[in-house]
Design a protein around this ligand. Structure first.
Ligand SMILES: [Zn+2]
Length: 66
């Protein structure tokens, strides 16, 4: 069984099971997925329209520019 890692650039957790769709938080490919922690902490609030903390957002965007 392959080990998948979380697609969140600021997270290195292993994904157990199917993982979670990272959109709309991250503009990633369909095969990308985030771990349960990132899903709960970042993705679900983003879907609900809650602002992601600026620190987290800048970290994520900063990593994506590379
Ligand atoms: Zn994660």
């Amino acid at each position: 069984m392959k080990i998948k890692l979380c697609s969140n650039p600021i997270c290195n957790n292993k994904i157990e099971g199917m993982g979670n769709n990272p959109q709309p938080l991250l503009n990633l490919k369909v095969k990308d997925s985030v771990c349960d922690r990132c899903n709960e902490e970042f993705v679900i609030p983003a879907r609900l329209g809650e602002p992601v903390s600026e620190l987290i957002e800048s970290l994520i965007l900063g990593f994506q520019k590379n």
